[in-house]
Design a protein around this ligand. Structure first.
Ligand SMILES: CSC[C@@H](O)[C@@H](O)C(=O)COP(=O)(O)O
Length: 346
């Protein structure tokens, strides 16, 4: 399947025998791509945040399985067991984004078939997942832009752009599409502690010629009070069946503040981000990352009395969400109805 992406900078590229990953830890100062030829490398790239963002994590993992089959098929009669072990390893890379587990399930389903050429079959599946994600982003961009019509300002959190997906982006896809229709003021929260907003989002928008204003996370309430924004537009890592949505830590704070200020919250995510088996967001596993991502280095010693609590996602209840935008359609005011209506929608 052809992968179409208008952007020059892509998080992931398949080269024919390797996965090229843009090292997002080095942005915006440096644009560095690393090449991975096995599932161990791809697992490390995901766990170490070289590639991040729910859809991009799923796509990278799918290519990781394709690399695993390439490596083991010709070398071993036990290639299926070795690939299964690699899939189990990839599944440990990060816990919250359900796109990872969805993509691995897609690859397992291909591998469960009688295959004449497993290498070609799994690669075709990975490329299909990649291409369909880009197509879904463009569809969501248009649907979300319809909702934003007439808005003067939007704020986004974390990076839910081309860097976090196959290309174009979820929340940033909506902002891109809206901006193409009419100029809109875009604000991005810096997104502590990893600074996805400051390092990735404003840079990515600037690559497309879209002006963006960076704010400290703690300035969000004051921005809303000023009347500058009508909507907050974010992505998601996992949406429960009842419409609760896990996203980058700080999204829940923004949702609570938005309610106080009459600002609306839009969650933009492909249906691969919906966990149909999970009835409520209360059950979503929230990743805790190393406290040293937060702690100044001087506290990183055994005698230190200072520790850090570093959950990197939170869950926004459906009642605080005005719209969930997917490639299959929009759910307005999901509280009470959830997202089940999208399950069989085309
Ligand atoms: C389209 S990306 C949606 C989410 O994955 C994104 O908002 C987010 O929270 C990413 O977190 P990260 O820890 O950078 O992987």
């Amino acid at each position: 399947m052809t992968i179409q992406n208008k952007l020059t900078v892509q998080a992931l590229q398949w080269t024919g025998d390797a996965l090229k990953v843009l090292d997002q830890r080095q942005l915006p100062e440096k644009i560095v791509y690393d090449e991975y030829k096995d599932a161990v490398g791809v697992t490390e790239a995901i766990a170490g945040m070289r590639v991040r963002g729910a859809p991009a994590i799923g796509i990278a993992a799918a290519y990781g399985v394709a690399l695993s089959v390439r490596k083991h098929y010709a070398q071993s009669n036990h290639w299926r067991q070795k690939v299964a072990a690699d899939i189990a390893m990839l599944a440990t890379s990060r816990p919250t984004a359900v796109n990872l587990f969805w993509a691995l399930d897609q690859m397992k389903a291909v591998l469960a078939k009688q295959l004449d050429n497993p290498i070609t079959a799994v690669l075709a599946c990975a490329e299909k997942i990649h291409a369909e994600d880009i197509a879904a982003n463009h569809k969501m961009g248009e649907l979300g832009a319809d909702i934003l019509a007439g808005a003067k300002g939007v704020m986004t959190h974390c990076n839910a752009g081309a860097l976090a997906t196959g290309g174009y982006g979820t929340a940033l896809g909506v902002i891109r599409s809206a901006y193409q229709r009419e100029r809109i003021n875009v604000y991005a929260g810096e997104t502590r502690p990893w600074l996805q907003g400051a390092r990735l989002t404003v840079w990515e928008l600037a690559q497309d010629g879209i002006p963006a204003t960076l704010i400290a996370d703690s300035a969000a309430a004051w921005l809303m009070k000023s009347g500058a924004i009508d909507w907050i537009v974010v992505g998601a890592d996992r949406i429960a069946a009842n419409g609760d949505a896990a996203n980058k830590i700080g999204t829940y704070s923004l949702a609570v503040l938005a309610k106080q200020h009459g600002v609306k919250l839009m969650v933009v995510a492909p249906t691969t981000t919906i966990d149909w088996t999970m009835p409520s967001g209360d059950l979503i596993e929230i990743e805790q990352r190393n406290p040293n991502e937060l702690l100044p280095a001087c506290y990183n010693n055994e005698d230190s009395l200072v520790s850090a609590w570093n959950p990197v996602f939170d869950v926004t209840p459906a009642e605080l969400i005005a719209a969930i935008v997917t490639e299959r359609g929009v759910v307005l005011n999901p509280a009470g109805q959830g997202v089940g209506g999208l399950k069989n929608a085309i």
